[in-house]
Each structure stands twice: as C-alpha cells, then as structure tokens.
Design a protein around this ligand. Structure first.
Ligand code: ANZ
Ligand code: ZN
Length: 803
C-alpha cells in the first residue's frame, strides 16, 4: 500500500470530475430536484479567505449526499463582481476594473477548484458580463415601468472618502461600512426603489419559509412595523394643522408640547409668523451636519429651539402647547413631527428636563422622578378624562375610536424600512438604462437595445462634484430620445453593488438564455432554491433586497413562486487563533492555499467542518488541522486491514448501522462536526477489531465521501470496490440494528438511584432482579432491612422499597 499523498490524488480526481462532467447538471424535469445555493463571492484581490470554504463545504456535503440519494442536484457558483473594492484597486494601480476582475476571478476559481467542490462550473455566472447585466437592466426597467423606481432629491448618507452615496444598511454606527469614515449628509438626486411598498409582504411571507429564527427576527426588526395613529394638532395662528405619528395615542392627555424635525416644512411655510427665525436657521445648519444615527442613538443631551410665535392646541385637553424644533425627531419617519409625552417617553423626558417643560403623568404606578415611566403592561390611566382607570391597551383603542369619530386622526401602520437608494455616482456598476429628454422626461432605453454597455473611460475616478465618471464621456452621454427622437442625455449613475446579486440564483437555472432572464420551464423546475446558506451580515441587505425583487418578478408573472428561498441557514465566522477576526493588520490571516498544499484539500474540508458548531464562530487552530490530517491517514490505513468475505461481531454491525443513521441525519442538520466524530470512532472500532470487510469499507467511504471526496474515491478505486464511488447510492441502515442489545438501567432504593446495571434490552423482571442482586452495593442497601415492594418498569427503572 502506498502512503497517503493528497496532492497527487486530489488533482487526479479533480481532473477526473472535470473530464467526466460528473457535476454538470442537466434539466431533467421528471427527476426530483434539489437546488443548493451558497452566496457567490466578491472576487477581491485578496483571494479566497479561509472563511469561504466553511459554508461551501457544508452545502457541498448536502449536494453530494442528495445526488447519491437520486436527486437532480443544482449546486452552482459565480461571481458578484461589480463594486467599489475593484474600482478603487483599479484607480490605484491604473488597471481597468474589467481586467482586475478577470484576474481575480481566475485566481478564485483555481482556489475553489483545488478544494474539490462539486459545483456545476458549466453554469458559472459573472454579474459584470454584459450578457448577465442585460437582465439586471431589464429588471430595473420593469420596476421603472411599474412605478417602483423614482428619482428623488434627498439628503443621503455620503461617504466623503469613497465619494459615494450609501444606503442606511451600509452605515454602521455612523460610519461607512467599507472604509470606516464618518458619514455625512448630502442632498443628491438619486434613483430610489420602492421596497417600502412590499414591507408588509416581506414580513407576512416569512411565515411560509423555513429560515433560522434569528434571520426572521432580524428581518422583522429591520422592516420595523409599528401600529399607532396619526393625529392632527391645530395651530390657530395659521390655518394649518400639525400632524404627528404616535404609537401611544393613549398618552395624549400628557402631550405637553410638540416637536418637529429641523427639516419640517412648517417653519418655511409660516416664516412671517415666527419670531426667532435666525435662531432657528442656526439650529438647522448645525443639525444638517449630523447623521440620523448621531441624532437619535448617540446623544442623551438633547438640543433644540422653540418656534416662537406658534402654538398648537392639544385636541383632547384643548390647551395651548408650545412647538419645539429638535433633531431627535427625524423628517424621514412618520410625519416628521411628534406630540411629546415626557412622562412616558424617555427622549421627551430628557428634552423636557433640559428645557424645563411640563411633565404630566397620565399612567399611575410609575416613578417619574428620574426617568420616564414607559411600562405599558401595568398601571391605569390618570389625568385623562374619559380614559381614566383604563389599562394602556384599552386606552389606545378608545382614543383611536374617539379621534376617528371626531375626525381628529386615524389608525396608522408605519415601517422603519426606507426606500432603497439605487444610484451610485461610480464607474464599476451596471449603467441605469434610462435617457433624459427635456420634452419627455425620463424615458426607458428600448428593451431590444439592452444591454446598455458600460463604455470604456480613461479615468474612472469619481469627479469631485460627486458625478459619475461616465458623465465626462460626452459621446456616450449625448444620445437621442427613444420616444421623440430629439437630443437627450443618458443617465450616468450606475446601480449599487446589490443589484446583480438580487436575482442571480434565477440565472443559474438557465445561464445562457438570450431571450429571457431564464426560460419558464427552467424556472418552473428549479425554483425556489431549496436551501440557501449565507452570512448573517447579509440578512438586512442582500436577503431582503432579493426577496423584494423576487416578489416583484412574481407579481409581473416572471417567476412562479412568491419567495425565492425555501430555507435559509447561516454559518459562524472562522476567527484567528485568539478569537479575533482575521485581518491583515493583525497578521493572523490563514491562506487556504497553504493548508491545501501542506495538508490537502480533504484535510481542509474535514477541519472546517470539524471546527465546531456550524452556526457559531470558531477560532482557527493548527493543532486541529493536524488532528484532521491524522484522522484521514487512519482512514487511508484501513486498506491494510481489508479482508475478503464476511467478518463480523454483533457490536460492530450495530455500530455501522448506528453510524449510517447518525451521519445521514447530522449532514441534513448541518452537523458535520458530530458526523465526523462518529466516523472517527467507527474507524477506531475497525482498527481495534483488526479487520474490515469490503462491504464495510464501501459503506464507510460513502459516508465520509461528502466531507472528504478525494481520498474516498481513491481508496475505492485502488481496492476495486466496484465502479466509481461517485456512481453509487447512499447507504441505508436497518433500524432494528441501531437499537442497543444491552442497556443500562438505574437501580433505586426508596426512590434514590444507588447504582446502575447492564441488562439485555428485552430482559424481564426475574432476570433484572437477579443481576441487581449480584451488585456489590445490594447487600449494603438491604442490610438489616426488609424488602417491602419491588417495581420494575421494563427498559426504564428497577425500584426497591425497603424498611
Ligand atoms: C407619543 C409617545 C408617548 C410616543 C409615549 C412614545 C411613547 P416606533 O415604535 O419606533 O414607531 N416618533 C414618531 N415619529 C418620530 C420621528 N419622526 N422621529 C423621532 N421620533 C418619532 O416609535 C414611534 C414613537 O416614536 C412615536 O410615539 C413618537 O413618540 C416617536 F409614551 O408619540 B410617541
Ligand atoms: Zn423625448
């Protein structure tokens, strides 16, 4: 027997699979399908990270197992390649981003191939390929034609370093997600997508899918549905009412002042009535520099200024109350104005304390000497006229009834979710396929003219005024209106990085189609994705965006299902040795190539699965890697104890059946770590026994194959176990043989367990009694006592009552 040389056998099998098209998937519509999907990588210059193979291996295991079970499996891979990192690299090194992308993809692909994933490379896609982004543009046009894309002049999050507008989702703690620079506000005209129109459905349809609970919770929190009321407060000085949104209409008798956002139109519209305009203007300037995050989350020291000259009337108390301007109220939520109830809202409380405003409790039971009383589950209404004595829930209902009856307000549902900023003033993205004509406004590029190809430019640096580099190519910008034929200009903004990944899983079903994003038949057959695994960091961005696009495509009859993914799971991160995130600056980055070269791809795969619970973070350990390599060597050495014919003990036979059962269910539950542990222990049993039959070796190799595909194929072939391993069926087990023959039973004296005994699993009372008496503790427990009663529950317990 040769020694185990992973570098030789791994290359051999990778070439074999390529040559034989082992993992090329056909559209065999009459076969049951299984569509497994992992998030396609961004081909960055750093190459594959050691974190990538973790989810890819987990779903590779499922893909391989399901093939052996007879499913038609689609397990595809591609590249999400538009975006800033490539563009920034291109600018720095003066290489075209398309060239950078090509190089990076080449490197990534080699790396992925060297790890032996069973991807169907014939369906590879690349979001920067015009044949692909033709359809991204096509989807955008459908959104535009259905009124779901609109241009809006609005303050956006702006990263001064990346020179790019950011979606709320890309701002983390007030900073740019990519570069960490503090984000500022900038007014820009942007394309927006109306994801808010789908907010309710994005929540409701979570009931139809099998997502891990924390993903569902995060999506719901992000969409942020709340129920409340809109209420009108009259302002007698002007014939205008100030409308507010509140989730607590019950507290209206405690509304002692109003607050409006600095951007609220009330001020400009009534400037002549306001006495302190200068002061207000200064305050507005100051708050315009802050991000929403700074305005709401960070500061407890509230700022603000009163709008002198205006008063509002509380419609229930009929009292005059002051109107304040403060930036803790955001223009982008609700009505941009609130009724402030300082006794029961902590933000209002801090504000009222600072500016000496009246704090009037309307719910008894709390102490408001230090903070607001915000509990809604106990306490009854006070100081509230017809609401007095009611509980909060009842009071909310009753107030809304009253408001609706008197036409002062109405019930209202609000969402935190904002529309999706869909413009980037950058080069490396899909051109937005619209033309602006002075006569006709925004006109779509005719569908037969798609794709609108990203033109070559000499310089892809963003301009300082924040316009896309495309705006400098006059020959491209100037065009004719597809509608009236007069001179017109192309949109020079490009789409954000999230565009291409919002529908990529559809394209895998039919990657070369020129007539449609994918054929009806293939979409009908392959969608929805059966199992999608990806990072938790994509829960509120990619996952939500792609669900939104999918629902839209469903509405216009392009896809057959409401939801794109039947099941969603998520993996933990692989950390550096000291539980720190791997990063260049910490110098703790592990390169998967090094592991493959030194130990082999099968060791890398085994280790990444064995490292810990799949959904938890886990630190990298070189010792762990070596341990997995030694395990594979023991597997290799099973060849040396291979015997012809049947050699069994009952125990070994039972272990084999148990292991088939355990490994099969563990793989399905993403618990390859415990499956591998079971396989380690089974290989020890074979070694202890000193023999392994061909049949058992076959079973063993099949079970291990999804984790370590190369070594198992090799051992199979070298020992002539019959055909190729990849053509076999998944092992089945005999349930009766997984049940233990001998079992452990506790022996109790007066209800306390004193010792345990091993009995045959079908033993009767007499036999159990006999074995229990043989135990050394039996005499001690019964000494000088009489046995009053003996209770035996078969398979469970033997209880002796003594006196
Ligand atoms: C009166 C009140 C009394 C409120 C009380 C709360 C507690 P969610 O649950 O997040 O939807 N609010 C409304 N619009 C706002 C805006 N544009 N900027 C900042 N705050 C705003 O919160 C809704 C509550 O947040 C609303 O209910 C309002 O304060 C405030 F005891 O109204 B409440
Ligand atoms: Zn026109």
């Amino acid at each position: 027997m040769n020694s185990y040389k992973p570098n030789e056998i791994e290359k051999k099998w990778q070439d074999f699979w390529d040559e034989h098209e082992t993992y090329v998937t056909k559209n065999e519509y009459d076969k049951e399908k299984f569509y497994a999907l992992v998030e396609f990588p961004y081909p960055s210059g750093q190459g594959l990270h050691v974190g990538h193979p973790r989810p890819y291996t987990a779903l590779d295991i499922l893909a391989r197992k399901r093939r052996y079970e007879g499913y038609n499996v689609l397990y595809p891979m591609g590249w999400d390649a538009f975006g800033l990192p490539t563009e920034n690299f291109a600018i720095q090194h003066k290489i075209h981003p398309a060239k950078v992308t090509e190089n990076n993809i080449k490197k990534f692909k080699e790396q992925l191939k060297s790890i032996g994933f069973s991807f169907d490379w014939s369906r590879e896609i690349n979001t920067t390929d015009p044949k692909y982004y033709k359809w991204t543009q096509w989807i955008f046009l459908q959104l535009f034609k259905h009124g779901l894309a609109y241009k809006n002049e609005m303050p956006i999050n702006w990263c001064p370093s990346c020179k790019v507008g950011l979606a709320n989702e890309e701002v983390i703690a007030g900073r740019c997600e990519r570069c960490g620079t503090e984000v500022i506000r900038k007014v820009k005209s942007q394309w927006m997508l109306k994801i808010t129109e789908y907010a309710q459905r994005l929540i409701d349809d979570l009931d139809e899918v099998d997502y891990i609970e924390r993903v569902k919770t995060q999506q719901k929190n992000w969409i942020g549905r709340s129920e409340g009321a809109e209420i009108k407060f009259n302002i007698p000085e002007v014939d205008d009412a100030l409308e507010v949104y509140t989730t607590r209409p019950d507290t209206i008798f405690g509304a002692t002042y109003m607050v409006i956002a600095p951007e609220h139109p009330l001020i400009d519209e009534n400037a002549s009535k306001i006495l302190n305009l200068d002061e207000i203007k200064a305050y507005k300037d100051e708050s315009s520099k802050k991000s929403d995050f700074e305005r709401t989350e960070l500061v407890h020291d509230k700022t603000g200024v009163e709008a002198k000259g205006l008063k509002a009337i509380n419609p229930l108390t009929n009292k005059e109350i002051p109107i304040w301007i403060s930036d803790y109220v955001l223009m982008s939520y609700g009505k941009g104005a609130i009724m402030a109830v300082p006794a029961h809202d902590q933000r209002d409380y801090e504000f009222a304390k600072k500016f000496n405003l009246e704090i009037l409790p309307v719910i008894e039971g709390g102490d408001i000497s230090k903070e607001a009383y915000t509990d809604t589950d106990s306490g009854h209404m006070i100081n509230s006229d017809f609401l007095n004595g009611l509980e909060v829930k009842e009071a909310i209902e009753k107030t809304i009834d009253y408001l609706e009856k008197h036409k002062l307000g109405h019930k209202k549902v609000n969402f935190k979710l904002r529309d999706w900023v869909f413009s980037r003033q950058r080069y490396w993205g899909e051109p937005i396929p619209l033309v602006y004509c002075d006569e006709c406004g925004w006109v779509p590029v005719p569908e037969e003219d798609l794709p609108v190809i990203l033109p070559e430019v000499d310089n892809y640096e963003p301009t300082d005024d924040g316009e896309s580099p495309l705006s400098k190519i006059e020959s491209w910008v100037n065009t004719t209106c597809p509608h009236c034929g007069k001179p017109a200009k192309r949109e020079t903004d490009t789409m954000p990085q999230w565009a291409g990944s919002s529908w990529y899983f559809l394209r895998y079903t039919d990657p070369d189609n020129d007539e449609a994003l994918a054929s009806k038949e293939n979409l009908e057959y392959w969608t929805p994705v059966n199992w999608y695994n990806g990072g938790m960091e994509h829960t509120t961005l990619h996952l939500l965006y792609s669900r939104f696009w999918h629902k839209f495509l469903y509405d216009i009859g392009v896809v057959p299902t409401k939801e794109p993914y039947q099941k969603r799971t998520s993996h933990g991160m692989i950390l550096g040795g000291n539980n720190e995130k791997m990063s260049k600056s910490r110098g703790n980055v592990i390169n998967p190539d090094d592991i493959v070269n030194e130990f082999g791809a099968d060791t890398l795969r085994t280790y990444e699965m064995f490292i810990g619970d799949f959904e938890k973070n886990a630190p990298w350990s070189e010792r762990g890697v070596r341990g997995c390599r030694r395990f594979l060597e023991r597997v290799w050495n099973l060849q040396s104890i291979l015997v012809e014919g049947e050699e069994y003990t009952k125990e070994l036979e039972s272990s084999i059946h148990k292991t088939i059962k355990k490994v099969s269910t563990d793989y399905e539950n993403l618990k390859a770590n415990t499956a591998i542990a079971a396989l380690m222990s089974l290989s020890n049993e074979f070694n202890d026994f000193g023999k392994i039959t061909k049949a058992d070796l076959r079973t063993y190799l099949m079970l291990l194959n999804p984790v370590a595909p190369h070594i198992t194929e090799e051992i199979w072939e070298v020992n002539n176990l019959g055909g190729y391993l990849n053509e076999q069926a998944w092992p089945i087990y005999d349930e009766s043989k997984t049940v233990d023959e001998i079992m452990e039973i506790p022996v109790q004296f007066n209800g306390k367990v004193r010792y345990t005994i091993n009995v045959p699993k079908d033993a009767g009372k007499d036999e159990v009694q006999k074995i229990a008496k043989e135990h050394e503790s039996y005499n001690l427990q019964t000494k000088d006592k009489t046995i009053v009663k003996e209770i035996f529950v078969p398979g469970k317990i033997y209880n002796i009552v003594v006196k």
